[in-house]
Design a binder for this molecule. Structure first.
Ligand code: NAP
Length: 248
């Protein structure tokens, strides 16, 4: 069957590496972005130059209307989605919990949690064999922060990833008999732009000596785990987690 992947937040970092690897592995790819249209277009062109097929769609994960439009665009342009990577995510400047306000909590949970739930809902509607679909696979991009808690940095972000872990466990069981597998990766300390949004672009360098492997990770190392979880090689794997954090 045609492999059609939606990868949210595919303009940069882990999502961009995943989009490129997915295209290499024969997926037709829809990568999404929030603002950085040029970065998304660069990834699309890199995929096309390698002979792959990709489009980029602007869709804010904090907007249900954008998410509905994203899935309708994929239906119309690429065909029914068979793989969803819930990758888009944000964090905000490092703060203690005492200094986090409700506006920030709403932004974090809306983008990281509500957006992932709504994308999963739209994917399940289309994939479920119970609803006439052909099945599929979902990979949620959580974080080791879900089990480390990120004290002094961003407990809100860590808790949003805890919610993603719980959704992975529950949804995996809910749709296991409908041809859909749901798994998660939990990266940590990957060299991407996200640390700059936390106010510390060099965070990975600062913490790397506390990582058992004594190094940060590369986005493509996470992408390989995501692609394995999406693949038929992982056909008996659902409700599972792969941690990619150098042993931390
Ligand atoms: P990144 O380099 O900052 O890239 C973030 C991506 O998400 C970009 O494509 C961005 O689009 C998109 N995005 C952000 N907010 C969005 C929104 N509201 N709606 C739609 N798209 C949005 O991040 P990354 O490090 O690759 O992170 C990817 C995922 O891995 C996130 O879920 C993150 O929590 C998780 N993670 C990362 C690390 C790490 O060490 N890097 C560790 C653990 C977990 P624009 O380009 O348009 O802004």
């Amino acid at each position: 069957m045609d492999k059609v992947a939606i990868i949210t937040g595919g303009s940069r970092g882990i999502g961009a590496a995943t989009a490129q690897l997915a295209a290499e592995q024969g997926y037709t790819v829809c990568l999404t972005y929030r603002r950085q249209q040029q970065a998304a277009q660069t990834i699309v062109e890199a995929i096309q130059q390698q002979g792959g097929n990709a489009i980029a769609v602007a869709a804010d994960m904090a907007s249900e209307a954008d998410i509905l439009r994203l899935f309708e665009t994929v239906d119309a342009k690429l065909g029914t989605v068979t793989a969803l990577v819930n990758n888009a995510g944000i964090l905000e400047p490092q703060r203690r919990l005492a200094d986090i306000d409700s506006a920030r909590l709403n932004r974090i949970f809306q983008a990281n949690v509500v957006g992932s739930f709504l994308c999963a809902r739209e994917a399940v509607k289309r994939m479920s064999t119970k609803q006439g679909g052909r099945g599929g696979a979902i990979v949620n991009v959580s974080s080791v922060a879900a089990r480390l808690g990120s004290p002094g940095e961003y407990i809100d972000y860590a808790a949003s990833k805890g919610a993603i872990d719980t959704m992975t466990i529950g949804l995996a069981q809910e749709v296991a008999a409908e041809g859909i597998r749901v798994n998660a990766v939990r990266p940590g300390f990957i060299y991407t732009d996200i640390h700059a949004s936390g106010g510390e672009a060099n965070r990975v360098e600062r913490v790397k000596n506390s990582i058992p492997m004594r190094r940060g990770g590369q986005a493509v190392e996470v992408a390989h785990a995501i692609l394995w979880l999406l693949s038929p090689q992982a056909s008996y794997t659902t409700g599972s987690f792969i941690d990619l954090a150098g042993g931390k």
